[in-house]
Structure formats: structure tokens, C-alpha cells
Design a protein around this ligand. Structure first.
Ligand code: GLN
Length: 377
């Protein structure tokens, strides 16, 4: 048995979802919406399941999806990505795994910006790489050039960025993006930019893809599950400079080989009908406000959230003298809501007074979550 995996805890998302089910609690933990997907997309997927192909698609993804992705990103983010630069994967997590396996050699360093999505570090290590953690601090969670440059060594080959950022909800500004690009160019690093939340933005937030600023060295990760609020579909992709895309495709062929073709084709249709997201977007905007206002009225102090489905609560500033883990365990077992503690997302010295709540829920669920949070105080 591989000791790395034997010693690994169950992912905090899975742990909290299982605890929510066990205790019959409202689940504002794991990030999945209970509304907001375009109905026509479900019809399209069902039709394709019946009438389309149910056999292996090409390993790199259906041409119709790769073409739709190229057109989508040209339109939405002015990216000059060709269909051949995409590798379609079974979810963005598989894309991350394939990219790390393809890009890292044993001993290579990969900079991870904490709090960091929990899949990065274990996958870097499994790929033989070494995690070089940069720890950001609230409430600003700002990245700057010195912070990044301080961890670079001769072993460093890669910078893993997540923007918009899970779990903090931050969206990087122009200065921070420039810092990432400058450090990457100075030290000739690859940028792995996990941009799965690119379409989930708070009103007024502006997202810029690192693939537009440093196309020569950026591998962009995307997710249909996040764009269309269908997280169980597990259709993701990586877009990379051509030669790298070829190598990522090699890694992908021995992970899952391919991704269900009817879902790929349905996603291609969805990407060509982005207006289907107008109504869900409005719904998320009001859900975002509803959770924030409800929590504030109950005396909770919130951190800013500019993107993602997530809102972080500052327990200490809210007058709660429990660490995040204890609060989350009590909240799910005794108050009736699952939330995500932030400390598992940092390996070094984590903040221990922050929890994350998912607001992509119906009003009744949000209200029940606010009531349970109030009880948990
Ligand atoms: N991205 C989801 C979240 O942040 C979790 C995904 C998962 O559980 N694998 O909540």
C-alpha cells in the first residue's frame, strides 16, 4: 500500500457531506447547487443518450466539444485557443491529475497558494513533485511578487493558481495576475491555472484568464460542472500550448481514457447557448445576497466574496471562540448545518477561525442554514 494514500484523510467535502446526511443537516458544505442548471441542457443530454453514441469517444474529447470550447473562450475571454489545444477529461480534478502527471518529473517543485483546493498537493506528490506552499492571509488574501519569489528554488517548475479562488471566493486583480506572470517568466515556470469558477462571479467582479496574459506557459483548467451547475456530470478540460496538450493527452489516456460522449455533446450545445445561464445567474446573485444578509443580521462577520458559490465567515470576529473544525463538527451534529472549515486547505500554518458556506441553494435551504448557524453560535 502507498503510505501517502494510507495516511490521507477523507476529503473534507466528502466528510462533511456524509456527516450532513448522517445527521439530517442542511448541507451548505460541499459546493454543489440545488438549482441553476439550464433545463434544455438536460433534454439535450437525454436525447443524446438515446440517439447519440454511447460508445468510446476519441480519448482527447469529441471534436464538436473541442470546437465549441475554442469558440466559447474566444468569445468570452478573447483567448486564441485552437480545438487541438484542448483535452477533455472526466471532470476538472482529472484534468489537474493529468496535467501534473504530464508536466512534473520526480523532484520538481510546484508552488501551491494556500488555502488551496485539496486535490493539488496529494496529486503533485503522487506525480513525484514537491509541494512549495505560499500561505495567504485574510481578509485580503493577496498574492504579491515577493511572496511568490520567496519560495522559488532551482527545483521549482510550476505555479498552481486557482482563480476565482476556492475556498476564499477571491478573484485576482490585475496587479496580482501581473505578479504571477512576472515570477513565472523570470523563473521559466509553467502556470497551471484552475479557472473552473470563471463563470461564477459576484456582480461587478472582473475575471481575467492567465491564458490571455501568458499563453505560452499557461495550462488552463475548466469545468462544465461549474459553468452549468451540473457538478455530477464530471466533464472538464485542460487547454495548453500544443506540445504540452499532446503530453497531457497521453496522461489522460491512462487515467480515464475518455468521458461520456452524450455529456460531452450536450456541453458543446450548452457552450453555444450561454444565454441559458442568464436566469441561473440572477438566481445565484439573489442567493448570494440572501445568505450574506441573513448571516450579517444574525451577527456573523463575513469576508468579501467576489466569485465562486462560497461565502466565508470569520468566527473570531463574530465572537465565536471555537476553532473552525470544532465549530463545523458541532454545527453539523447539533445545530443542523454542514459548513466547510478552512484549515484543511493549508498545510503550514492555517488560519483556524474561518468556515465556508455554499449559497447556491433554494431560499428555504439558505434560511434553514442561517437558522442553524444562529443556533451554532
Ligand atoms: N469543488 C467542490 C467544493 O469546493 C468539491 C468537489 C469535491 O467534493 N470533489 O466544495
Amino acid at each position: 500500500m502507498n503510505p501517502q494514500f494510507e495516511a490521507m484523510p477523507v476529503s473534507i467535502f466528502e466528510e462533511m457531506s456524509l456527516a450532513a446526511a448522517r445527521h439530517g443537516a442542511v448541507n451548505l458544505g460541499q459546493g454543489f447547487p440545488d438549482f441553476g442548471w439550464p433545463e434544455p441542457l438536460l433534454d439535450e443530454a437525454a436525447r443524446l443518450l438515446r440517439e447519440g453514441s454511447n460508445q468510446y469517444p476519441p480519448s482527447r474529447g469529441l471534436p464538436v466539444l473541442r470546437e465549441a470550447l475554442a469558440a466559447f473562450y474566444a468569445d468570452r475571454q478573447q483567448l486564441a485557443l485552437a480545438p487541438e489545444q484542448f483535452v477533455v477529461t472526466s471532470g476538472a480534478t482529472e484534468a489537474i491529475a493529468a496535467v501534473l502527471l504530464a508536466a512534473l518529473e520526480p523532484g520538481d517543485g510546484a508552488i501551491v497558494i494556500a488555502p488551496a483546493y485539496d486535490a493539488y498537493a496529494p496529486l503533485i506528490r503522487r506525480a513525484g513533485g514537491m509541494v512549495q506552499e505560499v500561505v495567504l492571509r485574510p481578509p485580503s488574501w493577496r498574492i504579491d511578487r515577493d511572496l511568490l519569489a520567496a519560495v522559488v528554488t532551482s527545483a521549482t517548475k510550476m505555479l498552481v493558481v486557482n482563480n476565482p479562488h476556492n475556498p476564499t471566493g477571491r478573484v485576482l486583480d490585475a496587479e496580482e495576475l501581473a505578479a504571477v506572470v512576472a515570477v513565472a517568466r523570470e523563473h521559466d515556470l509553467l502556470i497551471v491555472s484552475d479557472e473552473v469558477w470563471e463563470e461564477v462571479l459576484a456582480p461587478g467582479a472582473r475575471f481575467t484568464s492567465l491564458a490571455s496574459l501568458a499563453p505560452e506557459r499557461t495550462i488552463k483548467i475548466g469545468s462544465a460542472g461549474k459553468i452549468f451547475s451540473l457538478t455530477g456530470w464530471k466533464v472538464g478540460w485542460a487547454a495548453a500550448p500544443r506540445q504540452l496538450a499532446d503530453v497531457i493527452a497521453r496522461a489522460h489516456q491512462y487515467l480515464t481514457f475518455a468521458t461520456p460522449p452524450h455529456l460531452q455533446a450536450a456541453v458543446a450545445t450548452g457552450l453555444r447557448h450561454i444565454e441559458w445561464l442568464d436566469a441561473p445567474r440572477e438566481g445565484f446573485g439573489s442567493a448570494r445576497r440572501r445568505l450574506a444578509e441573513g448571516l450579517e443580521a444574525a451577527g456573523f462577520v463575513l469576508l468579501p466574496s467576489e466569485g465562486t458559490y462560497f461565502q466565508c465567515v470569520d468566527l473570531v470576529a463574530s465572537g465565536i471562540a471555537l476553532d473552525d473544525r470544532t465549530f463545523a463538527d458541532l454545527a453539523v451534529a447539533h445545530a443542523g448545518t454542514a459548513v466547510i472549515p478552512l484549515s484543511p486547505f493549508t498545510e503550514g500554518k492555517p488560519e483556524r477561525g474561518l468556515v465556508r458556506l455554499c449559497f447556491a441553494k433554494h431560499d428555504a435551504t439558505i434560511d434553514a442554514g442561517i437558522a442553524a448557524m444562529t443556533k451554532a453560535r
